[in-house]
Design a protein around this ligand. Structure first.
Ligand SMILES: Cc1cc2nc3c(=O)[nH]c(=O)nc-3n(C[C@H](O)[C@H](O)[C@H](O)COP(=O)(O)OP(=O)(O)OC[C@H]3O[C@@H](n4cnc5c(N)ncnc54)[C@H](O)[C@@H]3O)c2cc1C
Length: 368
């Protein structure tokens, strides 16, 4: 039986570890902090393919990712992590929005074109939106509570025999004379003998890759997310308004994000200034958020390999080393977990991942 160290218990590592454990592998989850408290807890957490049309193979992977969530909800039960309530988008550039809707419909994606008045009447009564504004509704999209889902998957895997080493960082990966992975060394000085490692360290993945002599370049794209606390949550689903993204986050919280506000991080604004900007933008869309208070804000780093696409699978030059690094990791976690577990245990190399293999960054392994 293979013993696999999953380095990083965010959404990606939790999905990989859970899939491995249910297929009989001996899994050790290792996380420098607490499970699900990395970028997974500071994500907009929108499960979608509608925003992934730049490359057809990436769109297709995300569509399968959405289906994998529905399977996962059937398998472990939906409870409070799964919110399949669809997604709303309206925009200043209506021509671009309508063009995107046409493309998605051509690719077989479910999109419904509506108006502001209809959306207020049927779906979101609290929105301040003009009656005649075109709004795109994607009924198969969803949002997830990432931290709760990670907790569920880790608990399920532990019930199947997985081990946990939380609050302990991986400091080294030991390879044998043939270059294959043999062990990991942790920050508490312990050494675990393993057959393979999965690098699911999210924004810190290049550091883990460096431990096996690989240079994994990542983009620098920080984002800021704020949680507002409110007595009653006035929105029912995730939405992209022209300048801000808003979604519920449980019974008394709302999550806010905006690419425009992200752009101010590099200008040196601190988290509390950024949070206030997000709240101003959100109140224009949902006036009932006027009484909401800022509960928590974090600037997090997106785990994006240099070309913008996931890096998933084995690295042939280092037997036993697997990568699972991706932006859109919320959408892709369950499908990447399923495909990577099959690859690790049975050697299956999925066609769906053909464009996203680690070895496409060739020449980036250091020799010696
Ligand atoms: C602002 C923002 C909005 C986003 N919106 C969306 C969205 O709407 N939809 C979507 O699909 N995606 C979205 N994303 C991306 C998504 O959040 C990430 O792709 C996903 O959460 C990555 O999960 P992960 O498990 O790879 O990383 P993480 O959740 O960060 O987990 C990695 C774990 O590795 C651990 N770790 C790091 N180094 C070590 C070490 N040396 N030893 C042991 N453990 C280590 C960390 O402690 C951490 O817990 C967004 C991201 C941001 C920043």
């Amino acid at each position: 039986m293979s013993r696999v160290a999953v380095i990083g218990a965010g959404i990606v590592g939790a999905c990989v570890g859970w899939e491995l454990a249910r297929r009989g592998a001996q899994v050790v989850f290792i996380d420098a902090g607490r499970p699900g408290e990395g970028v997974t807890n500071w994500s907009f957490s929108w499960v979608n393919a509608g925003n992934k049309t730049a490359r057809r193979s990436y769109f297709d992977l995300n569509v399968v990712g959405m289906a994998a969530y529905r399977d996962l909800a059937r398998t472990i039960g939906p409870d409070s992590w799964w919110h399949p309530s669809g997604h709303l988008r309206w925009a200043d550039d209506q021509a671009e929005l309508l063009e995107n809707a046409r493309l998605l419909a051509d690719w077989g994606y479910r999109v419904e074109l509506s108006t502001g008045a209809d959306v207020r009447r049927r779906l979101e009564p609290a929105l301040a939106i003009a009656d005649d504004v075109p709004v795109l509704f994607c009924p198969d999209e969803a949002w997830v509570h990432g931290r709760r889902l990670v907790g569920r998957l880790v608990d399920e895997a532990v019930a199947l025999g997985a081990e946990r080493r939380f609050g302990t960082a991986v400091r080294d990966i030991v390879t044998g004379s043939d270059g294959s992975v043999r062990a990991v060394v942790l920050s508490d000085g312990s050494r675990l003998e393993v057959d393979c490692v999965v690098n699911a360290a999210g924004p810190d993945a290049s550091q883990i890759a460096g431990l096996v002599g690989r240079e994994l370049s990542m983009r620098h794209e920080p984002g800021v997310v704020t949680r507002l606390s409110c007595a009653g949550v006035p929105v029912r689903r995730a939405m992209h308004a022209p300048h801000v993204e808003i979604r519920p986050d449980g019974n008394s919280l709302v999550v806010l994000h905006s690419r425009e506000v992200d752009a101010r991080i590099e200008a040196g604004e601190d988290a509390s200034q950024l949070a206030r900007r997000l709240r101003v933008l959100a109140r224009r869309v949902v006036p009932e958020l006027g009484g909401a208070t800022i509960a928590a804000t974090r600037i997090a780093h997106r785990p994006i390999p240099a070309d913008g696409y996931p890096s998933v699978g084995a690295l042939p030059s280092v037997p036993g080393y697997y990568e699972a690094v991706s932006h859109s990791g919320i959408t892709l976690g369950p499908v990447l977990g399923r495909l990577l577990a099959a690859e690790i245990l049975n050697g299956n190399s999925a066609d769906l991942l053909a464009d996203f293999r680690p070895e496409r960054f060739r020449g980036q392994e250091r020799v010696g």
